[in-house]
Ligand binder design. Sequence first.
Ligand code: PLP
Length: 399
Amino acid sequence: MEIKKLLDESNRYIMNTYNRFPIVLRKGRGIKVWGSDGKEYLDFVGGIAVNILGHCYPKVVVAIQKQAQRLLHVSNLYHIEPQIKLAKLLVEHSFADKIFFCNSGAEANEAAIKLVRKYSKEHFGKEKFEIITAINSFHGRTLATVTATGQDKFQKGFEPLVPGFRYVPFNDVAALKSVITHHTCALMLEPIQGEGGVKIPDLDYFKNVRELCNKHNVLLILDEVQTGMGRTGKLFAYEHFNITPDVLTLAKGLGGGVPIGAMLASDKVASAFVPGSHASTFGGNPLVCAAAIATIETILEDGFILDQCRRMGECLKDGLKGLKKEFPSIVIDIRGLGLMVGMEVTRECSAIVKACMERGLLINCTAGNVLRFTPPLIVQEKDIDHMLDILGEVLSRLS
Ligand SMILES: *Cc1c(COP(=O)(O)O)cnc(C)c1O
């Protein structure tokens, strides 16, 4: 079909919730995607941290094909082999003892909010229900998670919001101390704020957060929906900070491109959920679990991919720092961990994103003026060089 007709029908039939770019993507392989018109793009968005192994990673595709022929779905009224195997893999490679599966990041956070409230009420009384989150955080779009999200722009129009949430500046221990009371049941934080502009906390922030939580019987929920699955060069970002959370949420990269979310918890906290407490029809169904097993097994295989992620992350940051030197009037800051990298610029970055797209490069803009790079962990140096060439040309035209 002709592009113009596709765009017309997209606007006509699909609810208007996204500011979409006027291209139609049809096929992907590795770090490349192709439009319906055949135009090739270098994809440094990667589904915003979803396509952790790139597009159509062969081992993931084969796992999906095999599982699709065996069993697509059965109810969670029954045990499911791929779900058991995936849960075991996640437990063996994290702090957690138990997993709950769902279908998205918002649902994983929603489950976490329900779990910590139930746990805290049962152990400390019904007055302990408050959840503290960070300003400029992002936790999802359901009513509870959009309430947890510390940004007015996502909440406006949906009031009344869910009661029992408070907000503090990120990376500010004193602010946390000043709001924790006997009502506080949990802190919910991203290890690195993604949507908020790739904000990395001080090295000892989470150590202090953990100590505060211990002191006040407050649970720590880490939202690793974006930072998890090797994105930062470790399987989970908390491993950088030498702490463990009580609850951790995953989605985005977990399924290598299929919709799956998970909430991980220690036995102590997980025991608050009993049959009937929480459920999801599709959560952890055979098809998506098969894809997630192939994804996590690939990431863990002899440490090669995590190693590559750390090396390519440094290479990407070095390259971007080169552009910062070259264009000091446009580029303010380069920051990132592993392959979650941000470039803060002096202006609204949508013009840069658009110009890059016209030249065959997909990058994302977040928090208004931060270019966000979340390429697949299989990105190579030649891809980074190619990306830097295109971005450099765009910046030189703007300066
Ligand atoms: C994307 C994201 C979410 C929401 O995930 P959905 O799958 O869109 O519901 C939650 N938290 C963080 C940190 C995210 O980056």
